[in-house]
Design a protein around this ligand. Structure first.
Ligand SMILES: *Cc1c(COP(=O)(O)O)cnc(C)c1O
Length: 390
């Protein structure tokens, strides 16, 4: 029946009907090992009993009331996210793109409030920020933008990982008000910058009164082994966006801010009908609570290190493997050639993986993946990669 759907996706020929932990089951009852987790969404795996129970209970009480009224669960979630991040206020929406829209609007309003009539935001090559008009304009990928011109103006692009290039803008672009960057690029091919990159950006932003805005839509909520990726770098952003892992699959996004950035929105400047509704907030609060109770941050760091080391061992000396990199359970294996067909080969081997930037196998397993399952993943994947490169 897919003729009734707009043809926006190239889908794998499989449909899943249920899941349990790191496993998904298709319509024939075949079992697949999930190393994609709904694109970094299902951190708790599938059908986590605590989450299922919490969602059922909330659905039986209240799903939605709108932001015309106070929502105590939204306030509790904002408080928890601020405690975990060191930021001060949250705005809730329903996706990563929407969270970045909020960040972009904060930056522009911050600029206008300071007398900058045409504010600009520094963004990076190979970045990904979403598919809405402003976020695809911020995105550093021509494929995402082509056909949708005119793009939203007000973005200045520099190479990712190059703090000097950002510093060099300070002299001659008087309109810059913010830097928007992913701590580690996901769609851009799991790119990990130098350890001092964010600290360097923080200094440049401080020197020029620019907002440092981190897109942690993919890296946030434990994915890299800390609550947020910036916590590896000992810096604090002015604005941070979250979505993917936050609600374990119930759509919820957040834009958090501190200082003047947290004071920028006033009534009437932004809003969302669904944003932060009781069901979404229970999903997020329960996700954070289970992550803490099950020690999933340390666990993700350990399992991620194991996967990278084991793949490095199994693929040692294999010509065509360029690099194995990552942080926590955000892992990239870069090959010397396009490898999109590995996704179908893995599917045939009952393993779900992703390929991004044509040549990078990307793994984003559920944070609950156990050592034995991780071993099964590395064994199957290393075989597939060896066969593919032969
Ligand atoms: C996925 C992603 C987005 C977009 O999120 P949506 O929920 O698809 O709108 C934005 N930024 C980053 C870094 C992402 O990985």
């Amino acid at each position: 029946m897919s003729e009734y759907l707009m043809q926006t996706y190239g889908r794998q020929p499989v449909a899943f009907v249920r899941g349990e932990g790191v496993w998904l089951y298709d319509e024939q009852g075949e079992r697949y090992l999930d190393a994609v987790a709904g694109v970094a969404v299902n951190g708790l795996g599938h059908a986590h009993p605590v989450l299922a129970q919490a969602l059922c209970a909330q659905a039986g009480k209240l799903i939605h009331t709108s932001n015309l009224y106070h929502i105590p669960l939204q306030e509790a979630l904002a408080q928890r996210l601020c405690q975990l991040s060191g930021l001060e206020r949250a705005f809730f929406c329903n996706s990563g793109a929407e969270a970045n829209e909020a960040a972009i609007k904060i930056a522009r309003l911050y600029g206008h409030n300071r007398g900058v009539d045409s504010p600009a935001i520094v963004v990076m090559e190979r970045s990904f920020h979403g598919r809405t008009m402003a976020t695809l304009s911020a995105t550093g990928n021509r494929k995402v933008q082509a056909g949708f011109e005119p793009l939203v103006s007000g973005f200045v692009r520099v190479p990712f990982g190059d703090a000097e290039a950002v510093a060099a803008l300070a002299g001659h672009h008087r309109n810059i008000v913010a830097v928007l960057v992913e701590p580690y690029q996901g769609e851009g091919g799991v790119q990990i910058p130098q350890a001092d990159y964010l600290a360097a950006l923080r200094r440049i932003c401080d020197d020029n009164a620019w907002l440092l805005m981190l897109d942690e839509v993919q890296t946030g909520v434990g994915r890299t082994g800390t609550w947020f990726a910036f916590q590896h770098a000992d810096v604090l952003p002015d604005v941070m966006t979250l979505a993917k892992g936050l609600g374990s699959g119930v759509p919820v996004g957040a834009c958090l801010a501190r200082g003047v950035a947290a004071q920028t929105f006033v009534p009437g400047k932004h809003g969302s009908t669904f944003g932060g509704n009781p069901l979404a907030c229970v999903a997020a609060l329960t996700t954070l609570q289970v992550m803490e109770q099950e020690g999933l941050l340390e666990h993700a760091a350990q399992i991620g290190a194991f996967i990278r080391a084991d793949l490095a061992h199994r693929l040692a000396g294999v010509a065509g493997v360029r690099e194995i990199r990552g942080q926590g359970l955000m892992i990239g294996i870069e090959l010397d050639r396009p490898c999109a067909e590995l996704v179908a080969r893995a599917l045939a081997a009952r393993l779900l993986i992703n390929v991004t930037q044509d040549t990078v196998v990307r793994l984003l397993p559920p944070l609950i993946m156990q050592r034995a399952e991780a071993g099964q993943l590395t064994e199957t994947l290393a075989c597939l990669i060896r066969e593919f490169l032969e």
